[in-house]
Design a protein around this ligand. Structure first.
Ligand code: PBG
Length: 322
């Protein structure tokens, strides 16, 4: 006899009945780039549909997004001033801190605010840590990262998300939050963050391209698997509530592996370059954007993601792609 797996592919209803995974748009997180000023709205050339906006415009976008059903956001700040120590990152009146307070004031708890905790958007050299003699120093950076995270928590962030890849940052941040009364601020660690070329468009957006060298001494080597497990386990041990794998598409093996070993939820970050490729190919008609985006998001859930940060989020909700 012939075994016939096709029986379960025969009709829409049967296919739906046996589907193992479905993409859940309520677990998508929309990134926002916020900058100083008023009425600012700047296109990001390499990321069609994504903009750098001032707080007033961000609040307008958030209201529209919330009406569509988007409840989760991650904030990235673009300061006016960058310096050697990234001091705008932990200024209580810095751009992200002001943005958080305004979002809370306008939307209460209707929006879950996640903040990226890093120095690279705030340093003049573009690295994610303190630099001395061309070296990215680990331990002195921890002090600053903890101050950034605390300032975000004080402004009202729900979840802080360190993306720097310094050793021991989760532990330092957790201690800093706890000792200041922010025990209930959650920590999402960019745990398995690879040194990827897919971040190019983001660095255009945030002006955070390293001015010398690269990030290979802190972000993970793309050739490694065990290192991802180690980073994830260390971060969980240090107190991470959620761990992240980044980028997503070339790293589905890592997402699967992390999902298999992690006792905490796993986020994957569908990064800027992944978004830009889809946008560029769709714009010239090489691929069908709706179908490809649906396939990408479904695949990331299938690989083991519990939630996904994606620049496609707004399009998915707006166009009801799934
Ligand atoms: C900051 C940070 C980066 C991204 C998120 N947080 C840039 C980097 O590490 O160079 C990249 C996100 C994306 O490409 O969409 N460290």
């Amino acid at each position: 006899m012939i075994h016939r797996p096709r029986r379960l592919r025969k009709t829409n209803l049967i296919r739906d009945l046996v589907a193992e995974v479905s993409p859940d748009k309520n677990k998508l997180i929309m990134p926002h780039f916020v900058k100083e000023g008023t009425s600012v709205r700047e296109a990001i050339n390499s990321m069609p549909g994504i903009e750098r906006v001032s707080i007033d415009n961000m609040l307008r976008d958030l209201e529209e997004d919330l009406n569509l059903g988007i409840k989760y956001i991650i904030l990235f700040g673009i300061p006016d001033l960058k310096d050697h120590a990234g001091s705008e990152a932990y200024n209580e009146n810095g751009i992200v801190q002001k943005a958080i307070r305004q979002i809370r004031k306008n939307f209460g708890d209707e929006i879950c605010i996640i903040t990226d905790v890093c120095l690279c958007e705030y340093t003049d050299h573009g690295h994610c840590g303190i630099v001395e003699h061309g070296e990215i120093l680990n331990d002195p950076t921890l002090v600053l990262l903890s101050r950034i995270a605390l300032s975000h928590a004080q402004a009202g962030a729900d979840i802080v998300a360190p993306s720097d890849m310094m050793d021991g940052r989760v532990n330092s941040i957790r201690e800093m939050l706890d000792s200041n009364g922010y025990q209930s601020t959650a920590l999402m660690a960019y745990s398995a963050k690879y040194c990827s070329s897919f971040y190019g468009p983001f660095r255009d957006a945030a002006g955070s391209t390293p001015q010398f060298g690269d990030r290979r001494s802190y972000q993970m080597d793309i050739r490694n698997i065990r290192d991802a497990e180690r980073e994830v386990l260390l971060d969980i041990d240090e107190g991470a509530d959620i761990v992240m794998v980044k980028p997503a598409l070339s790293y589905m093996d890592i997402i699967r592996r992390v999902a298999d070993i992690s006792p905490v939820p796993v986020c994957s970050y569908n990064v800027s370059g992944e978004y830009s490729m889809v946008k560029a190919a769709s714009a010239v008609g090489y691929i069908d954007e709706q179908r490809v985006v649906t396939e990408i998001i479904t695949s990331l859930f299938r690989a083991g993601s519990d939630m996904i940060i994606s620049y496609h989020t707004r399009d998915i909700f707006k166009n009801k792609w799934f």
